[in-house]
Design a protein around this ligand. Sequence first.
Ligand code: IPE
Ligand code: MG
Length: 240
Amino acid sequence: MYLPKHVAIILDGNGRWAKSQYLPRIAGHQAGIKTARAIIESAAKTGVEVLSYFIFSSENWQRPIEEVSSIMDFFLRALQTDVNKLHQNNIRFQVIGDLSPFSLETQQRIADATQMTAQNTGMTLVLAANYGGQWDLTQATQQLAKKVLAGVLNPEDITSSLLEQHLATAGLPRPDLFIRTGGEQRISNFFLWQLAYAELYFTPVYWPDFSHDEFMKAVSYYQTRERRFGKISEQLVTHA
Ligand code: IPE
Ligand code: MG
């Protein structure tokens, strides 16, 4: 059975999970980090090449200040405690998004972890942090506009593949399978361009309750889909 090369996940439902357990929202995020670790392992074992997590959106800054600062704390602590293990497991680590509002220590840890794991040949883990699909398209457009202004690019030479090469995900395959936990059936402002032909899988399970079995359910769903990319069924080469 063929596997999704790139699985992109919106991990949602931490707050509602916490509420259902009569716990503060922060406890939901703590539980969510444990799930994130477990699913990295599941995806790597399954043979997924790229796993991306939408951990913090451009819009999440609008949450109550205490929640935002706890999430920032957890992010930094996870960078401090988990990167060596990722490296030992041959995982390549990347963070995409506008990193400028993060603390200098966080930015430094991200840069170090990226550099340390850059040559790893196992799964690639991508964290989308202060990321937004609209931000990504905007920053790519700015890069192209600067090149045109500098006289090194003709507007006629801007193709969809050139634009794609300026997105934060340049060099990564597009997501084949998109998963959103927590019951909402939205893409919100995650990968807008990149999800063009992804299979979409939604589950009501809150992220802290998501598990290896739930992950495999999503992969099995993917394997039942026929991906035609605009063609008709008879034109497709069947997978072994
Ligand atoms: C996702 O869970 C956590 C983040 C990626 C910030 P939420 O915090 O959005 O949980 P709900 O939607 O309130 O349940
Ligand atoms: Mg939510």
